[in-house]
Ligand binder design. Structure first.
Ligand SMILES: *Cc1c(COP(=O)(O)O)cnc(C)c1O
Length: 377
């Protein structure tokens, strides 16, 4: 049985007529950049996350930049982010000319460890970027307390966490501003690049809109520096159709996660991801770890497990194999191996199993059998 990591075709087939006609409408209207399809989507996406303002962007990376740029983050400032995240979380900071400061994660949620955040604050610190990694919301209450105490901005990189909840509230509106990605493989994926910024702050929303479009307050009146970070009309149309199904697809991901727990729960050699009691995890990824209490060569075991699954036609992934402090581009920050032990542990022992809403129980059963056969052989 072949099991892909992700299958975007199943989803497209299920909504083909609706999506095709929405795309055709954009072409018929030649509304290729922003336009009605984007503004309608912005309204719906803000509403889905209980926030007042949504600004559609050209990608999640651009959204990360817009959030920090609009807050005035600049050269000489320090911004805290998790060491274990996708590199794009850091580009928002570096594009502002500021310095990223990495912080290690909580061992259970894999998100920012609030105590370590507080320890990393210096007089130069201006903001904290909480990443809801893999779709599990970060510990926002504690992070907000820390941000308030030290007069810092707290913002969210919610690229992996559409419709996730924390203490019964939607992510995206839990901080000053948040950024989402609609990269095709994300929980809500465009048919190309796309992203969005959410905020409840009307003035900030206005600045972000200006920065998105060449810093202009009206056409050819450039109020500030800016950039071209606009969303395309076709992406707005596709996302508008897909958003209606997102809750159903999120439930599908949660069903898959529950099934994984059922069939993998008795394998002591692997550690399953945790879901804290006060959150709704949306399982962008389902990342297991080889249990390094049982093995002292966790990376080798993990790599061999991945190879074994591959030989059985089961795709899997690594998210992410190299933590930020070990990336060549951040060598100048002077971090050392061992500075972020939990991020290193996750990078060396984590393995992402196939995860998409349509994954079937017999496929999950098959994956579990192959994981078992790897450890008992
Ligand atoms: C995907 C992702 C991004 C970047 O989004 P793009 O739309 O690909 O630019 C940023 N942060 C995280 C955590 C992501 O997973």
């Amino acid at each position: 049985m072949q099991v892909p990591f992700l299958d975007l075709k199943i989803q497209y087939k299920s909504i083909k007529a609706e999506v095709d006609s929405a795309i055709q409408k954009v072409i018929d209207n030649t509304a290729f950049i922003l336009g009605e399809s984007v503004s309608n989507f912005e309204k719906d996406f803000a509403q889905a996350h209980d926030t007042k303002h949504c600004i559609g962007t050209s990608s999640g990376t651009d959204g990360n930049h817009l959030v920090l740029w609009s807050l005035g983050i600049k050269a000489g400032d320090e911004v805290i982010i998790p060491d274990n995240t996708f590199i794009a979380s850091a580009w928002g900071i570096t594009l502002c000319g500021a310095t990223p400061v990495f912080v290690d994660c909580d061992p259970d949620s894999y998100n920012l460890d609030p105590e370590k955040v507080e320890a990393a604050i210096t007089p130069k610190t201006k903001a904290i970027v909480a990443v809801h990694l893999y779709g599990h919301p970060a510990e926002m209450k504690k992070l907000q307390e820390i941000a308030n105490k030290h007069s810092l901005y707290l913002v969210e990189d919610a690229a992996q966490a559409h419709l996730a909840e924390y203490d019964g509230m939607m992510v995206g509106g839990l901080s000053k501003a948040s950024s989402f990605s609609f990269y095709p493989g994300k929980n809500l994926g465009a048919y190309g690049e796309g992203g969005a910024v959410l905020t409840n702050d009307a003035d900030l929303a206005k600045s972000i809109k200006m920065l998105r479009e060449h810093g202009q307050s009206e056409k050819y009146h450039h109020h500030s520096f800016g950039h071209n970070y606009r969303m395309e009309g076709i992406q707005g149309a596709v996302l508008g159709v897909k958003l209606k199904y997102l809750n159903e697809w999120t439930n599908g991901r949660r069903r898959v996660a529950a099934k994984y727990r059922e069939v993998l729960g008795d394998i002591d050699e692997v550690i399953l991801p945790k879901e804290m009691p006060n959150v709704k995890h949306v399982y962008h990824l389902f990342v297991i770890r080889v249990n390094d209490k049982k093995f002292n060569n966790r990376e080798e075991i993990r790599d061999n497990l991945q190879k074994h699954l591959g030989e059985n036609e089961i795709a899997s992934g690594l998210h992410y194999p190299i933590p930020l402090h070990k990336q060549k581009c951040f060598e100048y920050l002077g971090n050392s191996n061992g500075d972020f032990p939990r991020a290193e542990q996750l990078a060396e022992s984590g393995l992402s199993l196939p995860m998409f809403p349509e994954l079937m129980d017999d496929q999950i059963q098959f994956i579990a059998e192959k994981i078992k056969s790897f450890f008992v052989k």
